[in-house]
Design a binder for this molecule. Structure first.
Ligand SMILES: C[S@@+](CC[C@H](N)C(=O)[O-])C[C@H]1O[C@@H](n2cnc3c(N)ncnc32)[C@H](O)[C@@H]1O
Length: 222
């Protein structure tokens, strides 16, 4: 069982989940109210086709639905999808149990935006996933994603593959493998995938953090 399945299993074991109202804001960091919201995806998302890769319990996907987008949340963890459906399935968001790459290559519909919030982008080698995103995006479509900042401990890791510890709801820990690359390496990876970077932000969450905690990157299909 991977860390996200274990996380979901512990949350599901606590009892039945109840439907929730979608959050009022899109969050790109793990603290509320820091940095931009959904406006970085375009001014009016009504009717726009958006996919979230690694949606977890579905909060951001549900927010995007609440402002009129047609949203699919994709997650490789069955338990996380169960949580997302229980919380927000009533609200019109579609949730699909799948690996991100499999979903993107299996389906054909063109997308206006693809997002990942500490999700599938950054949790594996990016080349194939970014190329698949590029193929699915409409011209001028937006790809936006956030990852733990590579400089969050004050130094850039020597190797792009790192292993983080994550605390599960019961207090035990699990490990998560990441692709921890600096902004310049992301720019190269995006260029190779045929996507143009339009913004790179270093976010501090909490606001008084010593080092940036979150790297937020936006790109556009030319
Ligand atoms: C830190 S959680 C983020 C969840 C959500 N985006 C949020 O902000 O609350 C990472 C999620 O990405 C999912 N994930 C990791 N690799 C994936 C992949 N290759 N395809 C789809 N989902 C993936 C995990 O199962 C997990 O639910």
């Amino acid at each position: 069982m991977d860390a996200w399945d274990a996380h979901a299993a512990q949350r599901l074991a606590k009892g039945p989940l109840r439907p929730l109202e979608p959050p009022a804001r899109m969050e790109w960091t793990q603290r509320p109210g820091i940095g931009p919201g959904a406006e970085i995806l375009g001014e009016d998302l009504a009717g726009r086709r958006v996919v979230e890769l690694g949606c977890g319990p579905g909060n951001n996907a549900a927010h995007l639905t609440s402002i009129g987008a047609k949203v699919t949340g994709v997650d490789r963890s069955k338990g996380q999808i169960q949580r997302a459906v229980a919380h927000y399935g009533h609200h019109g968001t579609e949730f699909v149990h799948s690996r991100a790459l499999g979903y993107l290559t299996r389906e054909g519909e063109r997308l206006d935006a693809i997002v990942s919030v500490f999700g599938a982008i950054g949790l594996g080698e990016p080349a194939k996933l970014l190329s698949a995103c590029s193929r699915r995006l409409e011209r001028k479509g937006v790809l936006a994603f956030s990852v733990p900042h590579p400089q969050r401990t004050g130094t850039i890791p020597a190797s792009p593959r790192t292993r983080d510890r994550m605390t599960l709801p019961d207090g035990t820990t699990a490990t998560v493998d990441r692709w921890d690359i600096d902004p310049a390496a992301w720019v190269r990876a995006f260029n190779r995938a045929g996507l143009l970077i339009t913004g790179v932000s270093n976010l501090f969450a909490p606001a008084d953090a010593r080092w940036p905690t979150t790297l937020l990157i936006t790109a556009r299909k030319p």
